[in-house]
Design a protein around this ligand. Structure first.
Ligand SMILES: O=C(O)CCC(=O)C(=O)O
Length: 416
């Protein structure tokens, strides 16, 4: 932390303009006290009075609470406490023109904190990006190197090589149906209500993302300094799998590195990146199909990684339109009706995942899988796959790949 002017601290949080925090502060502090967080309340008061170390201490205390047990058992008030502390710390960094540090702290608040102060966090990010406009501090690093750079060509463009990396029996049975110019009515009647997957080949061709997200310089410029959560390891079921928080620039470096890291690929998986980085949100459009049933859009998630990422066989409870923006992915689908034959994990946390590793099939342990019918496809750039709720899916990237999933709820469309 650089030295602050002596009059700075008391004004520090005001400089970042945090209207929700001002309105909610006393209620939030009371709720934190009620949960026994007296020490947090004391340091937060010192932080508000200008003590940077106290702001850092408040952030650490809240961080400890976030890691005190399984994520679902963390009391929501501690997530809001964490956001509050992040705003306090960021205000000091902003005042000292330490924009990169400020941005990092705010992103941590966005990723790990609660929703109460989300508007303040987002507004503070905008302010930092604006404030740093004519400073050399943000974004310049690495830009030179990525000027004009695009991702390497498909790693497996030769179909024979593709088959070598796919689970056995891939692409030799039924391929997912492809449709162009699919009307909303036909989508509803033939796929949504029928519970059948389909690839829509031409409904995202106008997205700016299709060309922009291949451009490393663009990605680095709009997101390079932002912190994102990534997964490292073979896949989320493997023993060495872990999560890390790194900057988007660091993530791009890892994707560009031709050799896969020893601990496995780094995958930015199922992250609501577009709530976090508005610039990227502008490059995509929500497909009308998501609203055709009167359901509610639940989440947009990014899936960005190198060739070789695998999401093991699992199912989700929602309707999913899965848009392939950059690169290509192999996807295998099994209907919900064969769930039992796919050996779901008995533990409730993992009950939507199969114990079967399709890349390394143990036929003795899981014999019923062998003769199950499935449908599969290689989803190409510019195509969207509709995955009905509860359909099991296995996904492997065949190149650098950037996809977006749109999840939405059932709605009230009468069966026609
Ligand atoms: O792309 C992937 O790796 C997995 C996508 C997925 O499982 C989903 O959208 O539900």
């Amino acid at each position: 932390m650089k030295g602050l002017p002596t009059d700075a601290p008391a004004q520090a949080s005001a400089l970042l303009s945090t209207p929700t925090l001002e309105a909610e502060r006393s209620d939030l502090l009371q709720r934190i006290s009620a949960e026994g967080g007296f020490a947090f309340v004391s340091v937060a008061a010192l932080a508000a009075a200008g003590d940077f170390r106290a702001a850092e201490a408040a952030r650490e205390m809240a961080w400890e609470q976030l890691h005190s047990g399984p994520w679902h058992s963390v009391l929501p008030v501690w997530r809001d406490a964490y956001s509050m502390a992040c705003l306090l710390v960021a205000a000091f960094h902003h005042r000292a023109k330490e924009y990169r540090e400020a941005l990092k702290v705010l992103d941590m608040g966005i990723i790990m904190g609660g929703m109460l102060l989300r508007k303040d966090l987002d507004a503070a990010v905008d302010k930092i990006i604006f404030s740093s406009g004519d400073s050399a501090e943000l974004a310049e690093e690495g830009l030179e190197r990525s000027r004009g750079a695009r991702f390497a060509e498909f790693e497996y463009s030769d179909e024979a090589k593709v088959l070598q990396v796919l689970p056995s029996k891939s692409l030799c049975h039924q391929i997912v149906e492809r449709k162009a110019s699919l009307s909303l009515e036909r989508f509803l009647s033939d796929y949504f209500l029928a519970g059948r997957p389909v690839i829509i080949t031409d409904c995202m061709l106008h997205w700016p993302a299709l060309s922009k997200w291949k451009d490393l310089e663009y990605l680095r410029r709009v997101a390079g300094d932002r912190t994102v959560p990534v997964e490292v390891g073979k896949n989320y079921l493997s023993a060495n799998w872990k999560q890390e928080l790194i900057t988007f620039s660091q993530f791009l470096e890892r994707i560009q590195a031709t050799e896969c890291h020893i601990s496995g690929p780094t995958y930015l998986a199922q992250h609501p990146l577009f709530d976090q980085i508005q610039e990227l949100r502008k490059d995509i459009f929500i497909p009308d199909y998501c609203f055709s049933s009167g359901g509610e859009l639940l989440s947009l998630n990014a899936w960005f990684g190198p060739a070789g990422t695998v999401t093991p066989l699992h199912h989700d409870p929602h309707h999913n339109l899965f848009a392939q923006v950059v690169g290509r992915k192999y996807i295998r689908l099994y209907p919900a009706s064969v769930s039992e034959e796919l050996y779901p994990f008995p533990e409730s946390m993992l009950s939507n995942s199969s114990q079967v590793d399709l890349d390394n099939l143990n036929e003795k342990e899981f014999p019923k899988v062998l003769n199950l019918d499935f449908i599969d496809c290689i989803l190409e750039e510019g195509e969207m796959l509709y995955v009905p709720p509860k359909w099991w899916h296995y996904v492997r990237s065949l190149s650098v790949s950037f996809s977006v999933s749109f999840w939405w709820s059932e709605g009230s469309t009468p069966a026609s």
